[in-house]
Unconditional design. Structure first.
Length: 202
């Protein structure tokens, strides 16, 4: 059965419609029981994806070969947490800026387009994701950028999601460096520091 993967209870304005990305196939606007409008986006997780999404322990992971939608799973898990805990700050981290921009962010915005699901602040690399209450902040950070490293290691985060932390072969025939173990351990020290948010990932 499909699960609703993205809901915005705020109808996009005319200016947002003009500047937003196209919504994925199957996405549609619905009117809720309270009269508000929402964007509903169907997502059908595989059994492995569902197991990953439903795991609420602090550290979870999913592994597989190229093309198995691991980044989509990660984005869906981030969305779940952001909706369950409005106002939360969540970092999405990748080893390099090109990988973050071309793969992780591209996948995230395919599912949760700016102007529909929230607002993208490009300079800060922050996406303000709409929820039923306070908006959550998604902070995109690359670990080949000294400024991003300093920033992410100073944040008080509710949660963090690491895309392809192990590195290895990529679709361009090369190899990605992955995330250094010392940086990984430092990142763990920043998770769960946002007051009022549980030390787990939905």
């Amino acid at each position: 059965m499909p699960s609703d993967a993205g809901v915005s209870r705020t109808t996009p304005t005319v200016s947002e419609r003009r500047g937003r990305q196209e919504m994925p196939p199957g996405t549609h606007v619905v009117t809720l029981d309270d009269g508000q409008q929402a964007v509903r986006m169907p997502y059908c997780p595989t059994p492995v994806a569902k197991q990953f999404l439903d795991d609420t322990t602090m550290i979870t992971g999913v592994f597989g070969p190229l093309g198995t939608a691991k980044t989509t799973m990660l984005c869906q898990k981030v969305w779940r947490y952001a909706q369950a805990f409005p106002g939360s700050k969540i970092a999405i981290v990748r080893d390099t800026w090109p990988n973050l921009r071309d793969t992780t962010m591209a996948t995230f915005f395919t599912w949760f387009p700016p102007g529909v699901m929230g607002e993208l602040h490009k300079t800060e690399k922050v996406f303000t994701l709409r929820t039923e209450r306070a908006p959550s902040q998604i902070l995109f950070r690359a670990l080949d950028d000294e400024k991003d490293i300093r920033n992410v290691l100073s944040l008080e985060l509710a949660a963090a999601a690491l895309d392809e932390p192990q590195g290895g072969p990529n679709t361009k025939g090369g190899s990605d460096p992955g995330i250094d173990e010392s940086l990984y351990r430092s990142l763990l020290g920043r998770v769960g520091r946002q007051a009022g948010y549980p030390l787990k990932m939905l």
